[in-house]
Design a protein around this ligand. Structure first.
Ligand SMILES: Nc1nc(=O)c2c([nH]1)NC[C@@H]1CN(c3ccc(C(=O)N[C@@H](CCC(=O)O)C(=O)O)cc3)C=[N+]21
Length: 322
């Protein structure tokens, strides 16, 4: 039961200070970053995230707009909104919230994004750069996972570069905005990476993969999927799940819980992240960090950075530039 609980809120505050100074520098140069979100329908987790980024953008003095579309929206409606945001010079970065309704094709929407405003790296060009280990933008949720891991490894006295090269990272879930980019970030660090998804589970072969993990990143979207029987002694477990469930304390409220059975995994883990208070609070700060970078890169007031940016060397990948 000696597992360390990684404090995402504290790490987010630390990262936020860096984003604040970045935004201040831009402000001194007459540039104000602008974030736009596109929110189709009524998904609970998407609403929770939208509220958080709205609040954070306000705190940081960034411009913010949310384009709301009803669940019945058609693909053309979404494409038209993206086109409008692409053309708006006040918008530096665009986040298309998932999930999108069935009839709206995710790849079609992603292709429509101006690649320089695509702060989640879902446009084929940006997704490709990331897959090649030279990301322009590192997408927020997987970036938050590795930011937290990199910081934890350092705080526990390890050299992260050396650690990853001799470790196995297992990623559960294969979404375009979390699982796949998390695999790329694991590759970029020289880790042995195993990717599992629902097919692995249905084949009854998830456990045989997850028990190999030194670092386990779970982004399956299934509440309590992973218990202690899925992990080896000493695992470092990162919980990306944000599943709305009825509050067991009653009151008819909804709360968000992770993909880990926390108490169970804590019996075997060296360290693990909670939900709430783990990956989530770092995610929104990272999104604004990318928005600030987008604003800088698109501004003629910062001429030194006007080239199409390709980020820092793969290992640091922009996480640990200090
Ligand atoms: N394209 C896209 N990218 C996303 O990153 C994305 C998305 N679509 N759709 C919706 C989900 C949801 N999401 C959250 C991130 C952080 C918290 C968060 O910070 N939660 C707090 C509070 C949780 C609570 O209210 O209990 C925490 O974990 O501590 C929540 C939800 C990002 N998402």
């Amino acid at each position: 039961m000696g597992a360390r609980v990684i404090d995402g809120r504290a790490l987010a505050e630390e990262l936020k200070l860096r984003v604040i100074s970045e935004v201040e520098e831009l402000a001194a140069g007459g540039v104000r970053p602008g974030l736009a979100t596109v929110f189709v329908g009524e998904d609970y987790a998407a609403r929770a995230y939208e509220r958080r980024v709205r609040k954070l953008a306000g705190e940081l003095g960034c411009r913010y707009t949310c384009e709301r579309l009803p669940e019945e929206a058609e693909e053309a409606d979404v494409l038209a909104v993206v086109g409008k945001l692409n053309a708006d010079p006040r918008v530096s970065g665009i986040l298309v919230l998932r999930p999108l309704p069935e009839r709206v094709s995710e790849p079609a929407v992603y292709r429509m994004l101006d690649p320089l405003k695509d702060i989640e790296a879902v446009h084929p060009v940006n997704a490709g750069l990331l897959a090649l280990g030279r990301p322009r933008y590192v997408p927020s949720t997987p970036a938050a996972c590795f930011y937290l891991l990199d910081r934890y490894l350092k705080l526990s006295g390890r050299d992260p570069e050396e650690y990853y090269r001799s470790s196995t990272v297992v990623v559960v879930g294969r979404s375009n905005n979390v699982g796949k980019p998390a695999v790329s970030l694991g590759f970029a660090r020289g880790a042995t990476v195993i990717s599992c998804d629902v097919n692995t589970y249905r084949a009854g072969r998830l456990r045989e993969q997850t028990v190999r993990a030194d670092v386990l990143i779970v982004a399956a979207g299934v509440a309590g999927l992973i218990d202690e029987s899925y992990v080896r002694e000493g695992v470092i477990a990162v919980d990306v799940g944000i599943n709305p469930v009825a509050d067991p304390e009653g009151g008819g409220r909804t709360i968000l819980v992770g993909d880990l059975d926390f108490q169970s995994v804590a019996r075997k883990a060296e360290a693990l992240t909670p939900v709430p208070g783990g990956v989530g609070p770092i995610t929104d700060v990272w999104l604004l960090k990318n928005t600030a970078a987008a604003a800088r890169w698109s501004s003629s007031r910062f001429p030194g950075r006007r080239w199409l940016p390709v980020a820092a060397p793969a290992i640091s990948g922009g996480y640990e530039e200090q």
